[in-house]
Design a protein around this ligand. Structure first.
Ligand code: AHM
Ligand code: MG
Length: 333
């Protein structure tokens, strides 16, 4: 028997560490694992849509071909709808909240916020994409209909959060508030197996990830930081290295393991940046902090921002502790 720990085994072993553990959160994480495997399968055959038919067309089996982000959204909603643990979902793909059908919407104790397929502009070119999720306890009474208040919760109320990276391997990374663990999908047995236990992000690094094409519109502090990272200086190991995939999960994951800073700043056109607080900012900040890093808007901790709108945006500076602090030094000059 090979010596590995599957996601299911890990969740059972660690159940006592989970906040509010009564088996429901464990089942919820198992459901996320199942939905991710389905999406992973679909992502792996995405290139074949050109053979089988594009979105909006009919494939050779006479079936409508759906866009992968729609498949991702429907897969997660359907999986949570069967589980019974969730009362309401907010998804980047839907304008408003999605109360689950039947008695679940009244009796489910948990709330999900998710971006089912982030970085979707990368699908067509076979580049890594991801799923991002957050889990909260509901704030409305169990037994009543959930409301928007259930999804508009600050990150400091999170019960768990994480992401799935569909890369060279498929990897599920999550935290329930006791550090960060990563599970890699072994396709030969169809299981997520623990591959990176208790991930700690290096305090220092030399990777910076930002869409520098927008530099003309960045705040002066970010412009100055970008000049600084390119200067030559042996004592601080500069110049730094620029890496930007344009897929937040992939950019974040690389920086988490290697040390780096991910920045999506405000621009003149988008004063709050592009990324969404509920679906991207909060869950990724939670993982960053749980791994020993930092995540800030430049003026406050992202996990302390009180959401007022489902699709609210937030400026983001996140990653290795000392690198984030260095960016802040420039922002506060
Ligand atoms: P999406 O939710 O529409 O996929 O957009 C989010 C993506 C992130 O994955 C990525 O970090 C960012 O958009 C890249 O944006 P840009 O192309 O402006 O650099
Ligand atoms: Mg997104």
């Amino acid at each position: 028997m090979e010596n590995f720990t599957t996601l299911g085994q890990f969740v059972i072993e660690k159940q006592q560490d989970f906040p509010y553990a009564k088996g429901e959160l464990s089942r919820l994480l198992r459901d996320i694992g199942i939905a991710s495997k389905i999406i992973s399968r679909e992502v792996n055959k995405a290139g074949l849509t050109n053979i089988l038919g594009d979105h909006g067309s009919v494939n050779v089996q006479d079936e409508d071909v759906k866009k992968l982000d729609i498949i991702g959204n429907e897969t997660f909603i359907a999986t949570f709808s069967k589980g019974g643990e969730v009362c309401v979902i907010a998804s980047e793909e839907n304008e408003g909240i999605i109360p689950l059908k039947g008695t679940f919407s009244k009796n489910g104790k948990y709330v999900i916020c998710m971006d089912p397929l982030d970085g979707s502009s990368n699908i067509d070119v076979n580049v890594s994409i991801g799923t991002i999720f957050s889990i909260y306890k509901r704030v409305t009474e169990v037994g009543t209909e959930p409301t928007e208040a259930d999804v508009l919760q600050a990150g400091n109320k999170l019960v768990a959060a994480g992401y799935v990276l569909y890369g060279t391997s498929t990897m599920l990374v999550f935290s329930t508030g006791n550090g960060v663990n990563a599970f890699t999908l072994d396709p030969s047995i169809g299981e997520f197996c623990l591959s990176h236990a208790n991930i700690k992000s290096p305090d220092n690094g030399k990777i910076y990830s930002i869409n520098e094409g927008n530099a003309a519109e960045f705040p002066q502090g970010i412009k100055d930081y970008l000049t600084w990272v390119k200067e030559e200086d042996k004592t601080t190991d500069r110049p730094y290295t620029s890496r930007y995939i344009g897929s937040m999960v992939a950019d974040f994951h690389r920086n988490l393991l290697k040390g780096g800073v991910f920045i999506y700043p405000p621009t003149a056109k988008s004063p709050n940046g592009k990324l969404r607080l509920l679906f991207e900012g909060i869950p990724m900040s939670y993982i960053a902090e749980q791994a020993g890093g930092l995540a800030t808007t430049s003026t406050m901790r992202i996990l302390d921002v009180e959401p007022t709108k489902i699709h609210q945006r937030v400026p983001i500076i996140m990653g290795s502790k000392n690198m984030v602090n260095k960016v802040l030094e420039f922002m506060n000059k």
